[in-house]
Design a protein around this ligand. Structure first.
Ligand SMILES: C[S@@+](CC[C@H](N)C(=O)[O-])C[C@H]1O[C@@H](n2cnc3c(N)ncnc32)[C@H](O)[C@@H]1O
Length: 305
């Protein structure tokens, strides 16, 4: 376990610190603790306090390590950032979200996030609730096809759902590789390009962990809890997540997609919560070479009015 902890390189760390701007005396919330890479860097950068959140109970040994090092300057809440307003009671100077799974979660085959090794089809970040196997074995074929299409952006969702439905008549789908093989019977693997199972696995992971609702609820609540001039920084890894971040930041800065022509623009601007909404920031070439998992990362930040 300890070895796998060392495998997570914090993605876009220097850009996160530069845009979160931690200062002495500030309170910062790391909504996705993981291996504590951001948390520790923030604690080193300024004489501040960090409150970290993670839904995954397997991060607790690393939490203890940081508690031993930083004492009262570090607090941890186990739970979902979608409930951030229940977990964090007082306003904070900054929030950071590093969305998705950690390298530890991906690399621990028994968590069932990866199709590269055979393991139970689990994918629960919190280790509780409905598993990916429950979904593929019980969801009606049409709903399964919709889920794979919407959350995986998989064009062959209908054929994949049909194969799954036919397979499970004879036998429950229990393992990651069993599901991957069903997908490969529809979308064939090529030597180059992404593995065809990637999109369906992404879709199931999003569904198991309610990732898009979590993101929407978490961002809205964090913006409420930000102190004036506080910063919110979000690193996301696929287009569905980035779209949510972009839309919430735009709407909360008064730039609504469907602005009423009866409402003057400056009224919207005065009531907006966010200013200085950034454009998307991508990892540097150097980081892409050092850490291939950063290749799909996108960072956006904004500031509370
Ligand atoms: C990409 S990792 C974060 C890595 C971290 N920034 C670091 O440098 O070590 C994402 C973490 O967020 C957690 N997570 C994802 N969604 C969550 C949610 N809705 N609520 C709480 N934690 C969540 C995952 O369990 C995982 O540990």
């Amino acid at each position: 376990m300890q070895d796998s902890y060392r495998k997570h390189f914090p993605v876009m760390l220097s850009e996160v610190l530069e845009n979160l701007t931690p200062h002495d005396g500030g309170v910062y919330v790391d909504a996705t603790f993981g291996n504590g890479g951001y948390t520790e860097a923030i604690l080193k950068k300024a004489d501040c306090k960090v409150i970290a959140i993670d839904r995954d109970p397997t991060v607790l040994p690393r939490v203890q390590e940081l508690k031993d090092l930083y004492g009262d300057r570090f607090d941890f809440c186990q739970g979902c950032f979608g409930n951030i307003s229940q977990l964090i009671q007082s306003p904070a100077d900054g929030f950071v979200f590093d969305i998705g799974v950690s390298s530890m979660q991906l690399d621990q085959a028994e968590r069932g996030f990866s199709f590269s090794k055979s393991a139970a089809l689990d994918m629960r970040m919190s280790c509780r609730g409905q598993t990916a196997a429950d979904i593929v074995n019980t969801l009606p074929e049409k709903a399964l096809a919709d889920l794979i299409y919407q959350y995986g952006e998989e064009k062959k969702s209908r054929q994949i759902a049909a194969k799954i439905a036919a397979y499970r008549v004879a036998k429950k789908i229990e393992t990651t590789t069993e599901l991957a093989d069903i997908i490969y019977s529809v979308v064939h693997r090529t030597p180059h390009g992404i593995d065809p199972a990637t999109r369906t696995f992404q879709a199931l992971r999003i569904a198991v962990n309610h990732e898009l609702d979590e993101l929407e609820n978490g961002l809205n609540a964090a913006i409420e809890l930000l102190k004036p001039q506080g910063r919110i920084v979000v690193v996301s890894f696929h287009s569905l997540e980035d779209r949510i971040v972009k839309t919430i930041f735009r709407d909360k800065s008064g730039h609504h997609a469907h602005v009423s022509r009866y409402m003057p623009q400056n009224t919207l601007t005065q009531t907006s919560d966010l200013v200085n909404v950034s454009k998307v920031i991508l990892p540097s070439q150097e980081e892409l070479e050092l850490n291939p998992r950063s290749r799909s990362a996108k960072l956006r930040f904004a500031q509370k009015r």
